[in-house]
Design a protein around this ligand. Structure first.
Ligand SMILES: *[C@@H]1O[C@H](CO)[C@@H](O)[C@H](O)[C@H]1NC(C)=O
Length: 276
């Protein structure tokens, strides 16, 4: 995805106090092309009709691709995690569309990944083309004992089960070994073989970039992979909260200091007025 620049690395994991009922829609990353379309151009109409088609398709399917028919076509697709109920997929895609218009207004190409859905459109067709570019990663904490920890044998077995021959599934794969669990989701335009290749690349890349992590997520152009360790991590949903917690503590301390200052100045003023 050379033309997409990942500009937004905001993540709701910075807000650990956000309720978990909408967790499946939490923001992971978005990327926007640097180029923008001309307002009122045929391409803008193509993008708008494409996004409308994608939004409608999400009411009945967890994957769809479209090409808008016009002199300047736009290509697009979405993929929900294949085990997601359709109503949640629909809701996730709606969030994704509103995030796209907020984050990438007028972009000729853009992609957004929420926790359980992905949506992308572009001016050049990327449909059916494998893409194992690493776009985003989240590494959990390091296991105590480094590679001496038994997490890694289990991790390798759990990740290996995602690509074991014959592939355990289509675009959505789950696996595990001991207390380590793993899942992968490919975009539905890949063949089972291409999906396996993408997941294998994700396995190699997560080991390279997240080293000793007891859990991690990596997002490639056409697939993503997550693994987590039950008992080591309380759950896969908050394994990247450490920065958020630190931030929350810092904000809390600053707020407390501010309150104390206000209180002290109030006391001083109250004391001062008593003297006169
Ligand atoms: C795109 O969708 C059509 C059906 O709408 C399907 O036949 C085709 O295989 C899809 N293409 C890809 C690359 O997934």
């Amino acid at each position: 995805m050379p033309k997409l620049y990942l500009l937004f690395f905001l993540s709701l994991s910075f807000l650990p106090f956000i309720s978990s009922s909408d967790d499946y829609k939490s923001f992971v990353y978005a990327g926007c092309s640097q180029t923008k379309y001309t307002p009122g151009s045929p391409y803008q109409l193509s993008v708008e009709s494409l996004l409308t088609s994608l939004s409608k398709a999400a009411e009945s399917s967890t994957y769809a691709n479209f090409t808008s028919s016009s002199a300047e076509p736009a290509y697009g697709l979405f993929q929900c995690r294949a085990d997601l109920p359709i109503s949640n997929c629909d809701s996730c895609i709606h969030s994704a569309l509103s995030q796209l218009s907020a984050l990438c207004p007028g972009a000729t190409g853009a992609a957004v990944q929420l926790r359980s859905c992905f949506l992308r459109y572009d001016k050049e067709s990327f449909l059916g083309k494998p893409d194992d570019t690493l776009l985003y990663k989240r590494c959990g904490g390091a296991a105590a004992g480094g590679y001496a920890s038994d997490v890694f044998g289990l991790r390798d077995a759990a990740l290996g089960s995602l690509t074991a021959a014959p592939p355990t599934g289509g675009s959505y794969r789950v696996g595990g070994a001991g207390y380590v669990q793993a899942m992968a989701q490919c975009v539905g335009d890949l063949s089972p073989k291409e999906c396996t290749d993408c997941v294998e690349s994700a396995v190699a890349q997560v080991k390279a970039v997240c080293g000793f992590a007891v859990g991690a997520d990596v997002y490639l152009g056409k697939c993503y992979l997550q693994y987590w360790s039950n008992g080591v991590y309380p759950s896969r949903h908050n394994h990247v909260d450490e920065t958020g917690k630190t931030l929350a503590i810092i904000i809390g301390i600053l707020a407390a200091v501010a309150l104390i200052l206000v209180f002290l100045s109030f006391i001083r003023r109250a004391g001062g007025s008593g003297k006169y």
